[in-house]
Design a protein around this ligand. Sequence first.
Ligand code: NDP
Ligand SMILES: CC(C)=CCC[C@@H](C)[C@H]1CC[C@H]2C3=C(CC[C@]12C)[C@@]1(C)CCC(=O)C[C@@H]1CC3
Length: 345
Amino acid sequence: MATRVRPSSKRCTVIGGSGFLGRHLVERLVDRGYTVNVFDIRQAYELPGVTFHQGDLCDKQALLVALKDVSIVFHCASPAPGSDDRALFQRVNIDGTQTVIQACHEAGVQKLILTSSASVVFEGTDIKNGREDLPYAKKPIDYYTETKIQQEKLVLEACSKEKGFLTVAIRPHGIFGPRDPQLVPILVDTARRGKMKFIIGDGSNLVDFTYVENVVHGHILAAEHLKADSPLCGQAYHITNDEPVRFWDFMSQILVGLGYSAPRYHLPYTLVYGIALLLWLIALVLRPLIRIKPTFTPMRVALAGTHHYYSCTRAKKDMGYQPPVPLQEAIVRTVESYPHLQKGA
Ligand SMILES: NC(=O)C1=CN([C@@H]2O[C@H](COP(=O)(O)OP(=O)(O)OC[C@H]3O[C@@H](n4cnc5c(N)ncnc54)[C@H](OP(=O)(O)O)[C@@H]3O)[C@@H](O)[C@H]2O)C=CC1
Ligand SMILES: CC(C)=CCC[C@@H](C)[C@H]1CC[C@H]2C3=C(CC[C@]12C)[C@@]1(C)CCC(=O)C[C@@H]1CC3
């Protein structure tokens, strides 16, 4: 009778490993002596000790090849939040995650670590020091958030000590750092188009921004602490820098660090939100004829004008999480990593 070889606890697959977070995670795992497979729709780089498998995570057969003899799977693939494509989010984040879970079962994977998002509880209104027991957003602010909620539920409900399949969800917030294709590039692009002159609201709203290496640290701690007798099974964990900062101070620091002016003039939150909503509706109506992508979407305005910061107490208690890179150092490292986005470059 053929016996299944028990995979080494240091063999893992990173789904979405070509992306911003995924690649930082892969690099850190390799440093820590893991054997890493990357599964992604694109291959963005080469790294000694890493095997790439190119494919769509909705394709179970392709996934099974990348999950062979692996004990841990990190799932950090998602369409970009700004894509606003409902069918794509449904296909990848919901149907695709179901496929990932099935493939994990078939391949005998023991642990699945999902990159969820703290936004699963965000409805566009203030959250101060929010804990993981806040209810999921009843009216999610966009399709991205709606499908991240369903995705997280699927993964946490799949946790089964009896089947030897353990799951956990990491909920980061506002990830930034070198190679981030979103936050800094969008900010600089907005500034270059002369649209970063205004502060939405009174500018006192506190928000979590999380350095990518801290998010990676949270994922690896979760993987290493996830055991049948640990409290992590089937749970979600906020992972942030644990240093809430005024949204507009953070943006200003990055802008000034790159040589741009900080926003100075205040606009009322409700006015900007109303305009963003109107532009979003116009873009929706015109979509069959022309594709317009407004910079200030309702989601971005809500994120820029409300308090939303989260407690990491559960992660500290259950897995000894402490953010290794403090916020100020993280901002300096990030600014230095974008010489090509400096003003005048
Ligand atoms: N960035 C942030 O601030 C936050 C992100 N998150 C979560 O973190 C995770 C990683 O985000 P981030 O690194 O920023 O995102 P990226 O877009 O940089 O990385 C995601 C990767 O997944 C790939 N991918 C997309 N669809 C598929 C598919 N069907 N099959 C295989 N691979 C696919 C992407 O390819 P391609 O680029 O070609 O689409 C990309 O390489 C996501 O789950 C996101 O929801 C959570 C909180 C905050
Ligand atoms: C107002 C303006 C144009 C600001 C520019 C910066 C924004 C592009 C970022 C500020 C907060 C960021 C953020 C995300 C994406 C980029 C920002 C909107 C997420 C939506 C990414 C995916 C998540 O899971 C939640 C993030 C919250 C913060």
